[in-house]
Design a binder for this molecule. Structure first.
Ligand code: FMN
Ligand code: SF4
Length: 393
């Protein structure tokens, strides 16, 4: 059986044919009615994003597919691009029609270079079949897609850093506003969507918004694709409806004995066993799809150490809270491991993490303290024994 049965059940072209027969406002209304929220992590409503870009006045507009997939523990976009590239390209083409763009760019993670030939071949087949290029399916609509290779920096997944990179500059986040929907690639309105979001957009056009929202919760409609790794019997890529509890997910993947699960990758939240009844949904535990399972034998300080080393490496260094804050949190974890961190200093580190969430310029620094803060919230008692004579200092 395919890893992704719903995507496998889709009929090629049906969604695009339907979209090309619809006026642009109706097309966007269908996406809005589905309740589709961005699958890249932030959960921004896709219909709203497309509407902003459609409403913006400009001589050119762009659709960018974000296939940077740098979040630790995330590998679902790789599987979607490998097995369902046509759905992603169809979603991009539909987005192009919706906002009035003629050009799409797939920003492909540098480490996925091995997928490039496969994707170029899919694009060539689509041009041949008149699903891309001039007068698509005989309609007055031109749209084509090119592939741009990323160079392997996590920050380039952040949409404004990605756009800088596309323009040939260092991949560093821009100030927001203005937002890419108004001032994006080459200062033109640009929709940036995750690989999975675009594939679902193609499915929604094919099967309708009611079909999509028939699963999930009221605020988090549809199915989500998850990348599951760590201490479980069946790691891999899974489809589950949004709203599934952590406990039910763990049962499906053979991770029932876990002490904690990191939801949403290194920048996400650490959920302890006492909270496994919570729902994976934008209104409870939001996620871009990474699920890392930690069995009872894992030392959560080692986990944090690993995540913080990653953020220290990947911070672009533009702003102080992130550039220095991640270093201080890493040092703090090292002190904790050595039993040399006082409770008072630990409190200061937690306050620093909260300041980073508020004061960092982009999502990297705003979310990098999440794991530290949630691990300290749930596992502090366990670490207190390691603070030796400093506990009350
Ligand atoms: C540091 C950082 C890395 C990111 N990496 C990715 C990524 O690899 N893929 C992705 O789709 N979104 C990533 N995002 C989120 C994007 O900025 C953007 O919100 C997303 O591509 C929008 O697509 P969506 O609305 O379909 O989710 C990242 C954000 C940050 C702050
Ligand atoms: S938060 Fe970090 S990654 Fe983002 S702009 Fe500041 S230094 Fe760069």
């Amino acid at each position: 059986m395919s890893q992704l049965p719903t995507f496998t059940s889709m009929k090629a072209e049906d969604g695009l044919r339907k979209a090309l027969g619809m006026p642009r406002p109706d097309l966007i209304a269908e996406i809005s009615a589905s309740g589709l929220k961005g699958r890249g992590g932030a959960g921004f409503p896709t219909g709203v994003k497309w509407n902003f870009a459609a409403a913006a006045k400009a001589d050119r507009k762009y659709v960018v597919c974000n296939a940077d997939e740098g979040e630790p523990g995330t590998f679902k976009d790789r599987v979607i691009l490998q097995d369902h590239a046509d759905l992603v390209f169809e979603g991009m083409t539909i987005a192009g029609k919706a906002i009035g763009a003629k050009e799409g760019i797939l920003f492909l993670r540098g480490e996925y270079t091995y997928l490039k030939t496969h994707l170029e071949e899919a694009l060539a087949r689509r041009r041949e079949a008149k699903l891309l290029g001039k007068e698509i399916l005989g309609q007055d609509f031109n749209f084509d897609i090119r592939i741009f290779m990323g160079s392997g920096a996590y920050i380039c997944g952040e949409e404004t850093a990605l756009i800088e990179c596309l323009e040939g500059f260092r991949g560093e986040p821009r100030n927001r506003p203005p937002f890419p929907v108004n001032t994006g690639f080459l200062d033109r309105p640009t929709v940036v969507n995750n690989v999975e979001t675009l594939a679902w957009a193609a499915c929604i056009l094919q099967k309708g918004s009611d079909w999509f929202k028939s699963v999930g919760t009221e605020k988090s409609t549809g199915i989500k694709i998850f990348s599951v790794s760590g201490d479980c019997a069946k790691p891999g890529v899974y489809e589950f409806p949004l709203g599934i509890t952590v406990k039910d997910l763990l049962q499906q993947v053979g991770g029932a004995g876990a002490q904690a699960v990191q939801m949403g990758g290194a920048s996400g939240l650490c959920v302890p066993a006492s909270e496994f009844g919570r729902q994976i949904a934008f209104e409870d535990i939001p996620t871009g799809g990474s699920v890392i399972v930690f069995g009872p034998q894992r030392d959560m300080l080692d986990v944090l150490h690993n995540f913080l080393e990653f953020f220290v490496d990947e911070s672009c260094g533009q702003c102080t809270p992130c550039r220095l804050g991640n270093r201080k949190l890493l040092e703090g974890v090292e002190m904790l491991k050595a039993g040399a961190c006082s409770m008072a200093y630990l409190q200061e580190l937690c306050a620093l993490g909260e300041s980073m969430q508020l004061a960092s310029k982009c999502g990297l620094g705003q979310s990098s303290p999440n794991a530290f803060l949630s691990v300290m919230k749930h596992f502090r008692a366990e670490f207190m024994g390691r603070t030796h004579g400093f506990v009350n200092a």
